[in-house]
Design a protein. Structure first.
Length: 319
């Protein structure tokens, strides 16, 4: 995942990292290396995937600097977003429909925070999410998250789903946005993400329209982060709301629903994110060389290319 993108992610998206972020990377990198040695008998580190995960973690921390907050991730993939949040003391829960990802993250989190991961595969209900302590995690198998009659008596501060929304079947997208809205309402929480996913089958505007259809408004939207709120959220001020009756029949659906850049001081959440990200940007003292040297030190080698990256390099080489 994100093979070959470590440098571009660091320089173009993160534009550097802070000392606090560097310490998180160190902690999670060590857990990744130890887990890979234990589970796969091979020492490995994550570069591009881990750095890309830091991007949404930075946004979540800018939005909710209080570490007692609870984040629920849908489609956790490699699990590095959760690992970074847990390393920083946040409460975290997640689900993924892909068994390999689920097992990998489960092993990784047990390596990172031993004894502090509750796996609902072994029993328990979704409502256990309500009592997660800071620095603890709950792992939700897909068959408990996707249900004909889901138990929605659970409350979270933020839902995140990255690089996946446009890749979902329309029914799945409707389900998670509907369920997420109910999970967010009690705490006036937010749906926060970066990256819409591959748009071959579903353009961005169609996903944005689904948010609108289900009663979300745009609190903040930039190239590297998006924040949607249920429209009855107490913080839903200065937000963009699409109203069906106000749509222009002479304008294409894409023009009407493609989410515009929205950075507004009238939106409390947008104002908070912008201010906190500016503070972070003023303290980006760690260089890409520093990060690569740390990866190399943990790996015991300066060759940081994964097996996939080596294969891609071979196939992209001269004939």
């Amino acid at each position: 995942m994100h093979e070959g993108r470590a440098s571009s992610t660091f320089h173009e998206l993160l534009r550097g990292i802070t000392n606090d972020e560097f310490n998180l990377l160190k902690t999670v990198t060590r857990a990744i290396k130890d887990n890979s040695e234990k589970q796969y008998k091979k020492k490995m580190v994550a570069t591009g995937s881990l750095l890309r995960s830091l991007l949404i973690v930075r946004t979540l921390k800018a939005l909710y600097p209080e570490k007692k907050r609870l984040v629920f991730e849908i489609g956790h993939g490699s699990g590095y977003v959760g690992a970074l949040l847990l390393a920083d003391g946040y409460a975290y829960a997640s689900t993924d429909i892909v068994q390999a990802f689920y097992v990998y993250q489960n092993n990784l989190l047990e390596e990172l925070i031993p004894g502090q991961v509750t796996d609902l595969v072994n029993g328990g209900e979704l409502t256990s999410i309500n009592s997660i302590k800071p620095g603890h995690a709950v792992h939700v198998p897909w068959w408990k998250f996707y249900s004909v009659t889901p138990n929605i008596n659970m409350s979270v501060d933020a839902v995140t789903c990255n690089h996946a929304l446009a890749e979902m079947h329309p029914n799945s997208l409707h389900y998670i946005l509907h369920l997420a809205k109910m999970m967010l309402q009690k705490k006036d929480g937010s749906f926060v993400f970066e990256g819409w996913g591959d748009v071959t089958n579903a353009p961005i505007w169609s996903v944005a329209k689904k948010f609108s259809d289900l009663g979300y408004v745009i609190a903040h939207n930039n190239m590297t982060e998006a924040v949607y709120l249920p429209e009855d959220n107490k913080a839903a001020q200065g937000c963009i709301k699409f109203v069906e009756g106000e749509l222009d029949a002479n304008v294409s659906m894409e023009e009407q629903f493609h989410p515009p850049i929205h950075i507004s001081s009238d939106s409390p959440l947008s104002k908070r994110i912008t201010s906190n990200l500016e503070s972070i940007n003023d303290n980006l003292s760690v260089t890409y060389k520093d990060v690569c040297d740390m990866f190399a030190s943990e790996l015991g080698s300066k060759d940081l290319l994964s097996d996939d990256e080596k294969f891609f390099k071979l196939t992209d080489g001269p004939s």
